[in-house]
Design a protein around this ligand. Structure first.
Ligand code: NAI
Length: 326
């Protein structure tokens, strides 16, 4: 039989991990015919909890699951990894700013980037979910020079799927009827949800919803959805974040067909996003590679909003550079 695909997941004892690991093991990510091995990294103090999760994974008796490694050693976790889902990160503490969060996580992701470069498969594909996701991905790229920068991505798929859900609800259709949604920029509240190219049941969405709803309801609802979930649930989005992480990798590897998805990827200067930043774009995927959808017409407000989000990414990069980590 084929050797299993090695998938490393960090932060596996956390809330997202508790949904993500099981769905990967069931075959939902890479396909129902692809054996997988899970290599799960945690901090030492969470290893006992992680062992409990591994016991439950065993108890699911998934036919595709060929082993679960639990470890606090990044070298062991990333050994031979073909996919690295970097979910674990230090959460924002009481009274901490996004800047504090950036610095604490830059150190974590620099260490993991070095371990990835040293131990993972040469064609490893990296997906960063842990916040601040875009800049954490940039940190991995900066220290992991042997990894193809095009294989280091960050998650904006949850924002994308939230936007799809809002538009579908407004139009009175199911989410499957909505295509060609876009999230531009940073996974933060400067993100730019853009439905100007979206289709609802094949019709331009812009013909179904008015500009006031887009500006006053759609965009703020999508951009602040994470906070709304925390307010309602008392905990941050976990099942939906796991679903988005899985969908990101699934579509990257198995293709987007004639739809597109939003992924934060290294910019080549498209849409005036400075080259080298990790920013969200509409992408098409096939054969395990993505390409940015080119040639979309954007109105002035959207261009300006994309520029503002890119400015934020530049400032985040500068904050990390100040630490001397890059
Ligand atoms: P959680 O706090 O429940 O779990 C995080 C886990 O990561 C913990 O078990 C912790 O021990 C572990 N961890 C921390 N540092 C680590 C390290 N250096 N190496 C390995 N493991 C480490 O958090 P949850 O809810 O699972 O969220 C994880 C991350 O995902 C957070 O940063 C959160 O902000 C982010 N997130 C991102 C979203 C996105 O759309 N990009 C959406 C939702 C959450």
């Amino acid at each position: 039989t084929d050797s299993p695909v090695r998938i490393t997941v960090t932060g596996g004892a956390g809330a997202i991990g508790y949904s993500l690991l099981f769905r990967i093991a069931s075959g939902e990510m890479l396909g129902s015919d692809v054996p997988v091995q899970l290599r799960v990294l945690e901090v030492p103090q969470a290893l006992d909890k992680l062992k409990g999760v591994a016991m439950e994974l065993a108890d699911c008796a998934y036919p595709l699951l060929e082993g679960v490694v639990t470890t606090a050693d990044p070298a062991e976790a990333f050994d031979g990894a073909q996919h690295a889902l970097l979910v674990g990160s230090k959460p924002r503490g009481q009274g901490e700013t996004r800047g504090d969060l950036l610095k604490a996580n830059a150190a974590i992701f620099a260490g993991q980037g070095r371990a990835l470069a040293a131990h993972a498969s040469a064609d490893v594909r990296v997906t960063v979910t842990g916040n601040p996701a875009n800049t954490n991905a940039l940190t991995v790229s900066a220290v992991g020079e042997s990894i193809d920068p095009r294989h280091i991505t960050a998650l904006t798929r949850l924002d994308h799927d939230r936007a799809v859900a809002q538009l579908a609800a407004r139009a009175g259709v199911t989410a499957g009827e909505v295509r060609r949604m876009i999230i531009w920029g940073n996974h933060s509240d400067t993100q730019v949800p853009d439905l100007s190219h979206a289709l609802v049941s094949g019709r331009p969405a812009a013909e179904l919803v008015d500009a006031d709803w887009i500006r006053d309801t759609f965009q703020p609802t999508v951009a602040s959805r994470g906070a709304s979930i925390i307010a309602a649930r008392g905990a941050s989005s976990a099942a939906s974040a796991a679903n988005a992480t899985l969908s990101h990798v699934r579509d990257w590897m198995r293709g987007t067909g004639d739809d597109w998805v939003s992924m934060a990827v290294v910019s080549d200067g498209s849409y005036d996003v400075p080259a080298g930043l990790v920013s969200s774009f509409p992408v098409r995927c096939s054969n395990g590679e993505w390409e940015i959808v080119q040639g979309l017409e954007l109105d002035d407000a959207t261009r300006e909003a994309i520029r503002a989000s890119a400015d934020e990414l530049v400032a985040e990069r500068a904050a990390v550079q100040e630490l001397g980590l890059l």
